[in-house]
Design a protein around this ligand. Structure first.
Ligand SMILES: Cc1cc2nc3c(=O)[nH]c(=O)nc-3n(C[C@H](O)[C@H](O)[C@H](O)COP(=O)(O)OP(=O)(O)OC[C@H]3O[C@@H](n4cnc5c(N)ncnc54)[C@H](O)[C@@H]3O)c2cc1C
Length: 353
């Protein structure tokens, strides 16, 4: 078994990831949970700009120590890497795949370095870079026409482990607690994002304050900013001859509800189950691949639909009027089953079974 990665080493990605309570469980089981770098999310405050209604989901109401956790991307990468080093799996950095051939018996990969590798089961977890090399695989893409601007920000108040999700007509804004600061994800049009990226720190903080309001306190500092294009991209099939497609290569979501990597981890867990349940000489067989595909179909489709609904419903005024969204948020606050559905999605990444 081998992992091939195009990068020469760690990604140096500065993002913060919100991981569900369930993802923590998976990573703990794999002995790859970066406990020392994880911040518990005690509550999530959801509101909309310019309209009524808000809801707060508390971990204590769910009988849990935390609804989820924030983890620096780099810390998770390092703990997974350390775990891989202890395993017999070869991890080859600096290996950029540039050709794939699949036959009924095996998948053969060719790398820019000249190296070749052959496997009975190919797992594509490359964010979608190589799927088009597999016959029959294609993507459907919905461009939200937005960028996500990210930065670490501080306010003059303690975070108290509270995450904020605020819907605005220009797109959602999220603040995730990370120790005593927040990780900001601010969605904006490309023009607005370009303007925000160019502002000096004081002007950026003032713009954020005006956009977000003061529910988290007064913004006092902001770290380096980065911007990511936002689109929903789904693959037509998560399996092909000798191949499984997982993570962002299978479904790349808007980061509005922090579902992307959580969904990718569930792909990985299901794949481990499928592999464990298969005799070594049947790895990559149609029977194994179809069992994996069928097991993942429902959860993946729901994750895509949930995220797309949140983006469309809350960002597009024409689709659902502000008062109705306010009513929906207020209803979430008073209707326990609806709240529970939302809480389950945040905690488990899916409605509880
Ligand atoms: C702003 C933002 C915030 C987010 N926040 C959250 C969050 O809070 N919670 C959450 O769960 N998700 C979040 N996500 C989503 C999350 O980042 C992704 O779901 C996750 O990174 C996908 O991981 P992946 O390994 O499938 O794909 P990727 O992260 O795209 O990794 C693909 C890997 O494949 C390698 N590769 C590419 N091409 C080749 C090749 N030809 N040969 C060899 N290797 C190759 C790349 O170098 C890379 O290392 C966020 C996304 C964004 C944009």
């Amino acid at each position: 078994m081998a992992v091939f990665e195009a990068r020469g080493g760690p990604s140096n990605d500065q993002r913060t990831l919100a991981l569900s309570h369930a993802s923590r469980g998976f990573l703990e089981e794999a002995r790859a949970w970066p406990a020392a770098s994880a911040t518990p999310i005690a509550s999530i405050h959801i509101s909309q700009q310019g309209g009524p209604g808000r809801t707060v989901i508390e971990a204590s109401d769910q009988g849990l120590p935390a609804l989820g956790y924030t983890v620096p991307f780099g810390a998770l990468e390092a703990s997974l890497q350390a775990r891989l080093r202890e395993s017999p799996v070869e991890v080859a950095f600096g290996q950029s795949c540039e050709a794939i051939t699949v036959t009924r018996d095996a998948a053969t990969l060719r790398f820019a370095s000249g190296r070749e590798a052959q496997a009975k089961l190919l797992v594509l977890a490359d964010g979608g870079a190589n799927s088009s090399r597999i016959p029959g695989i294609s993507y459907e893409t919905k461009d939200y026409g937005q960028l996500a601007l990210t930065a670490a920000v501080r306010t003059d108040r303690a975070t108290l482990g509270r995450a904020y999700e605020r819907f605005t007509p220009l797109g959602p804004v999220a603040l995730l607690p990370v120790e005593e600061r927040f990780a900001l994800v601010w969605t904006a049009t490309p023009e607005e994002a370009k303007r925000l990226m160019a502002l000096e720190e004081g002007a950026f903080l003032a713009a954020l304050q005006e956009h977000f309001g003061d529910r988290a306190g007064r913004f006092v500092s902001a770290g380096p900013r980065a911007a990511f294009p936002l689109r929903l991209r789904t693959v037509n099939s998560t399996v092909a001859l000798r191949t499984v497609i997982v993570g962002n290569a299978a479904q790349a979501l808007h980061p509005i509800a922090g579902q992307g990597l959580n969904l990718g981890l569930r792909d990985a867990v299901e794949l481990v189950e499928a592999i464990t349940a298969t005799a070594p000489d049947a790895l990559g067989s149609d029977a194994m691949l179809f069992a994996y595909r069928d097991a993942r179909r429902r959860d993946a489709a729901r994750g895509v639909a949930f995220t797309d609904f949140l983006v469309s419903a809350f960002a597009d005024r024409r689709r659902i009027p502000t008062w109705l969204r306010g009513l929906a948020l207020a209803a979430l606050d008073v209707v326990p089953p609806a709240r529970q559905l939302l809480a389950d999605r945040m905690i488990h990444g899916a409605p509880a079974p």
